[in-house]
Write a protein that binds this ligand. Structure first.
Ligand code: BES
Ligand code: ZN
Ligand code: ZN
Length: 488
């Protein structure tokens, strides 16, 4: 794959022209000079213009299939971008010029959105996990960078935004893929500090001792069994010019590993639990993107980071612990640990940050995967204004969301006989909802709040157009678009 994809004209670029299936026509507005070559290429045997299909047209053009016109959506454009970059990898041009916006109906996407989707798709499709190769790795190809541009100013602007977003998603994916023998809470804090230095964010880390002193019983108890102690990472984006009256807090579950603790995960249930930090990683990637795009909105990111391990000092089922906001919790299952670290971070956000909207993302429950699969994340939201913006952001990024209920009955179900609440009910009934209900005890009712359970979408187990096996960075584009909604 290309070393990087960047905006730039480059010399003698390869021009990419979009063509619809069934029509097999050239768009209007292309230069006269190459018409004959392009028309001849339309007749390439076997070329059906399926989404992402690429055929050469002379020396310096390719035709790119867009599929059936009626089927084209923004998500198809991203997938086409990803397929395109994989074809280009074989052709190895130094630069490409995109002429795809000419073909796409405005009802699907204007030039700027076409550029953004293709930029996202190309950069997401260009990523793979190649940073843990050892002496047995295949020798690296030359791996040159690729320059992309578009003559249309709107499309070029979108392309730039799309590339920036995808770079942050890929940054998040790299950290997500980092295994637990390297990535522990302290390492995470180091990465956050590095990010802050390079992107102009502020970073503060509440360490284990401070968390103990502050009474963060959730974070402390979940993380204390590991040699690598837990911490709460706080990142802040506060540019000189910000939208008045808006302050977003983004909280992400950051379990660098979830063995289940004494309620140990059985069989192969533990494998893949390096991805239990992906909520926090999504927040980290979002902070990077928000800073890179210089969004004029005040945003605070909070990552409660811990490793849920087994040792003589680990917390146990039956422990009763006191949380940052004073609520007492009976631990019934040490594998329901995400809600405990999130609870302290949510309560801290409400008390210290006092946001106008609070969003958390977490790989919280296996139950959400059973209920919704990997087609969408489950979400809960307590406020119509936040919900409207969240759905608008989801419509833009095509990271899909599905709402689940949170009623007083659900909250009552979390009450324990021996403490205020328990971290997991005796039955697994509706357990993604139990997670949300538990968290609600730690959020100030006056603060608009959304909880997003990303357990089914934060990694994929088979290659897709946009994603290779591994982390997807789900949430980075969603939350960045959400911040952009609030900046409007
Ligand atoms: N990290 C898991 C949730 C998870 C499971 C994420 C599978 C991704 C894939 C979470 O901490 C957990 O173990 N949840 C339990 C909750 C239960 C004990 C109430 C679960 O899902 O079984
Ligand atoms: Zn767990
Ligand atoms: Zn977990």
């Amino acid at each position: 794959m290309f070393k990087s994809i960047r905006i730039g004209a480059g010399r003698s670029p390869l021009t990419v022209v979009g063509v619809f299936a069934e029509e097999l026509k050239l768009p209007r507005g292309l230069g006269k000079k190459d018409q004959a070559t392009l028309k001849a290429a339309l007749k390439t045997p076997g070329f059906k213009a399926e989404p992402g299909e690429v055929v050469p047209a002379g020396e310096n053009h390719v035709l790119l299939g867009l599929g059936k016109k009626d089927d084209l959506k923004t998500e198809t454009l991203r997938n086409i971008g990803a397929k395109l970059v994989k074809q280009l990898d074989r052709m190895a041009p130094k630069a490409v010029r995109l002429e795809v916006h000419r073909s796409v109906p405005r009802s699907v996407a204007g030039p700027e959105m076409v550029g953004q989707c293709l930029g996202e798709g190309m950069a997401l499709g260009n990523w793979k996990v190649d940073f843990f190769g050892g002496s047995a790795a295949k020798p690296d190809d030359a791996n040159p960078p690729l320059s992309v541009t578009c003559d249309d100013a709107g499309c070029k602007k979108g392309l730039k935004r799309g590339l920036t977003l995808a770079e942050s998603v890929n940054y998040a994916r790299r950290i997500a893929a980092t295994p637990p023998n390297i990535c522990n809470p302290t390492w995470m804090a180091g990465e956050a500090r590095k990010l802050a230095r390079s992107s102009g964010l502020r970073c503060k880390v509440i360490n284990f001792k401070q968390a103990q002193e502050m009474g963060m019983g959730g974070l402390v108890n979940v993380g204390k069994g590991s040699d690598h102690k837990p911490c709460l990472i706080v990142l802040e984006h506060k540019p000189a010019r910000v939208k008045k009256g808006v302050k977003l807090a983004l909280v992400g579950k950051t379990l660098t590993y979830d063995s289940g603790g004494y309620s140990l995960k059985i069989n192969n249930g533990m494998k893949g639990m390096k991805y239990d930090k992906n909520g926090g990683i999504a927040v980290l990637g979002t902070m990077r993107a928000i800073a890179a795009l210089k969004l004029p909105v005040h945003v605070v990111g909070l990552l409660p980071a811990a490793a849920n391990m087994v040792s003589g000092d680990s917390y146990r089922p039956d422990d009763i612990i006191k949380m940052y906001n004073g609520v007492s919790v009976e631990v019934t299952n040490t594998d329901a640990e995400g809600r405990l670290v999130l609870a302290d971070a949510l309560a801290y956000a409400c008390k210290q940050v006092k946001p106008t909207a609070l969003i958390d993302t977490a790989t919280l429950t296996g139950g959400v995967v059973v209920a919704l699969g990997s087609w969408c994340a489950g979400y809960w939201c307590t406020d119509d204004g936040l919900k409207k913006r969240l759905l608008a952001a989801s419509g833009t990024s095509d990271e899909r969301l599905w709402e689940l209920p949170l009623w007083s009955e659900h909250k009552e179900f979390m009450r324990s006989k021996h403490a205020d609440i328990w971290n997991s009910g005796p039955k697994r009934d509706g357990h993604p909802i139990q997670g949300a209900a538990f968290l609600s005890y730690f959020v100030d009712e006056k603060i608009p709040w959304a909880h997003v359970d990303i357990a089914g979408v934060s990694d994929v187990d088979g290659d897709k157009d946009l994603y290779v096996v591994g982390p997807t960075g789900y949430g980075v584009r969603l939350m960045t678009e959400l911040a952009a909604e609030y900046a409007k």
